[in-house]
Design a protein. Structure first.
Length: 67
């Protein structure tokens, strides 16, 4: 998920499930925030984001009018 009111931040995504949320920087593949995900879940999210990072960055930049 990309929130529309965060255009001045580096490329990132939000991951929501049930009452858990994490925010991952796409360049570093590091969580900027984690509320409720367990370490093994964070690693799985990181793996999925890494697999799709190029497309996620392109989509983020297109959405926010960058590049």
């Amino acid at each position: 998920m990309i929130f529309t009111r965060e255009p001045d931040e580096p490329a990132h995504v939000h991951v929501l499930k049930d009452r858990r949320i994490a925010k991952f920087w796409l360049a570093e593949l590091e969580p900027a925030r984690n509320s409720g995900y367990r370490p093994h879940e964070i690693e799985e999210i990181r793996r999925i984001i890494k697999k799709h990072r190029v497309q996620l960055v392109k989509s983020y930049e297109k959405f926010h009018g960058k590049k």
